[in-house]
Ligand binder design. Structure first.
Ligand code: TXA
Ligand code: MG
Length: 325
C-alpha cells in the first residue's frame, strides 16, 4: 500500500515516454498506457495477447474531467458518475476526439472510470492525462489482485509495476452503458445492481449473457489453468471426491455451510460467507488452486444478489468453454 512519491513520478515518466505501467486499482491491477498514445496502446494488446478489437477502459483522475474524454454526458451518466466515482463503476459513453480508435477497438463509444485507489489517483494526477488499462493478465486468464500476481504473469513485459497492496474489491468494475437515458449493465462488478437501482430510482437491465451461460458462445474468461466445474452447493463435496477417485487432482471451493466437512481431495479452499470477502479472495483462490497443481476445480454459485452477481458471472465464465486459439 506504500508506493512512494518517487515511484509515482517514475511511473508517470514511463507513461509519458510511451511505456507500460502496471497500476493498482480497488478492483484488480491494470496494465496502463497513455490513452492518447496509439503506439503505447498497441503495446498493451501485444503484451496481453488480446485481440485489438477488444476495447479498453480509460482511467481518469476525476469526474470533473469526464467531458475531456467523451462527446456527450447524459444526465443519468452524470448522476452515476457523481454518485459512484471514484469507485468500481465504468461508464460507456460516446467517444471524445481525444481517445484514439486503438483504445476503443474501433468503436465510437469509450469506457471511462475513476478508480478508487490512492496510488492510482496519485499516478493519474502526476501524469495529468488518461490511462487506458485492461486487467494486467494475459488474455483469458485470471485477473491479478496483487503486484506479485502481475510480476508472476507479465514479468519483464511491463516497464514498471506500481505496488499498491492487495485490491480491496477483488472483481472488476461494473460496466454500464450510459450512452442514453436508460442505462443497462454490460458486465456485473464491484458496484452492485441494487446500489445502481437505488440511485437511479428504477430497475436496471442485466443482459442475459452475463447471467446464463449459453454453451459454445463464450470462450472462457477469468479462467485458471485447471478446468472449473459448477455444481449445486450440496453436491460440491460428493462430486469433488468422486472426481478425485477417478484420478483428478481436485481443488474444492467449499461452500461456507460445509466448512466443517472433511474433504478427501487434493486441495480445499473454504469460501467466505460474506460476499465482499469472497469477491476480494476469488481470483487469489483460483490462482492458489492452480499453484497447488489442481487440474479440476469443483465450485458452486453464490446467490446472485449484491456482489454475488459478479462472483457468479466470473465463475460461469471460468467454467465456460476454453478458447482454442
Ligand atoms: O475494474 C476494471 O474494470 C479493471 C481495472 C483495471 O480498471 N479493468 C478491466 O479491464 O477489467 P478489461 O479490459 O479487462 O475489461 C474491460 C471491459 C471489456 O470487457 C470490454 O469489452 C469493455 O470493458 N468495454 C470497453 N470499452 C467498451 C465499449 N466502448 N463498449 C462496450 N464495452 C466496452
Ligand atoms: Mg480483463
Amino acid at each position: 500500500m506504500t508506493a512512494r512519491t518517487s515511484d509515482i513520478d517514475k511511473a508517470a515518466g514511463v507513461l509519458r515516454s510511451g511505456g507500460l505501467v502496471a497500476l493498482p486499482t480497488e478492483t484488480v491491477y491494470g496494465l496502463g498506457a497513455n490513452a492518447e498514445d496509439p503506439a503505447a496502446v498497441a503495446r498493451i494488446f501485444q503484451v496481453k495477447g488480446r485481440p485489438p478489437s477488444h476495447p479498453l477502459i480509460v482511467h481518469i483522475g476525476g469526474a470533473e474531467s469526464l467531458e475531456d474524454w467523451v462527446e456527450d454526458v447524459p444526465a443519468t451518466a452524470r448522476l452515476l458518475a457523481e454518485h459512484f466515482w471514484p469507485g468500481p463503476l465504468t461508464l460507456v459513453l460516446r467517444r471524445g476526439r481525444r481517445v484514439p480508435l486503438e483504445a476503443t477497438g474501433g468503436l465510437e463509444t469509450v469506457a471511462v472510470r475513476v478508480p478508487d485507489h490512492p496510488v492510482a489517483l496519485a499516478l493519474l494526477s502526476a501524469f495529468g492525462g488518461g490511462v487506458t488499462a485492461p486487467s494486467a493478465n494475459r488474455f483469458g486468464s485470471v485477473s491479478p489482485t496483487t503486484a506479485d500476481h502481475v510480476r508472476a504473469e507479465l514479468g519483464d513485459a511491463v516497464d514498471f509495476v506500481l505496488d499498491g497492496g492487495a485490491c480491496k474489491v477483488g472483481v472488476e468494475s461494473t460496466i454500464v452503458d450510459a450512452t442514453d437515458e436508460i442505462p443497462s449493465i454490460l458486465r456485473p462488478g464491484g458496484v452492485t445492481r441494487e446500489d445502481l437501482e437505488a440511485v437511479l430510482g428504477r430497475p436496471i437491465a442485466v443482459p442475459l449473457t452475463s447471467r446464463v451461460r449459453v454453451p459454445g458462445q463464450h470462450p472462457s474468461h477469468y479462467a485458471p489453468r485447471a478446468r472449473v466445474v459448477l455444481v449445486e452447493p450440496e453436491k460440491v463435496v460428493i462430486e469433488a471426491e468422486r472426481a478425485q477417485e477417478l484420478g483428478h487432482r481436485v481443488g474444492v471451493f467449499l461452500p461456507p455451510s460445509f466448512a466443517d466437512a472433511s474433504v478427501k481431495t487434493h486441495a480445499v479452499v473454504t469460501v467466505p460467507g460474506s460476499m465482499p470477502a469472497y469477491a476480494r479472495g476469488l481470483y487469489g483462490f483460483l490462482r492458489e488452486l492452480d499453484q497447488r497443481g489442481c487440474d479440476l476445480i469443483v465450485a458452486s454459485l453464490p446467490v446472485e444478489e449484491g456482489l454475488g452477481l459478479a462472483i457468479a458471472n466470473r465463475l460461469r465464465r471460468a467454467a465456460g468453454p476454453r478458447a482454442t486459439a
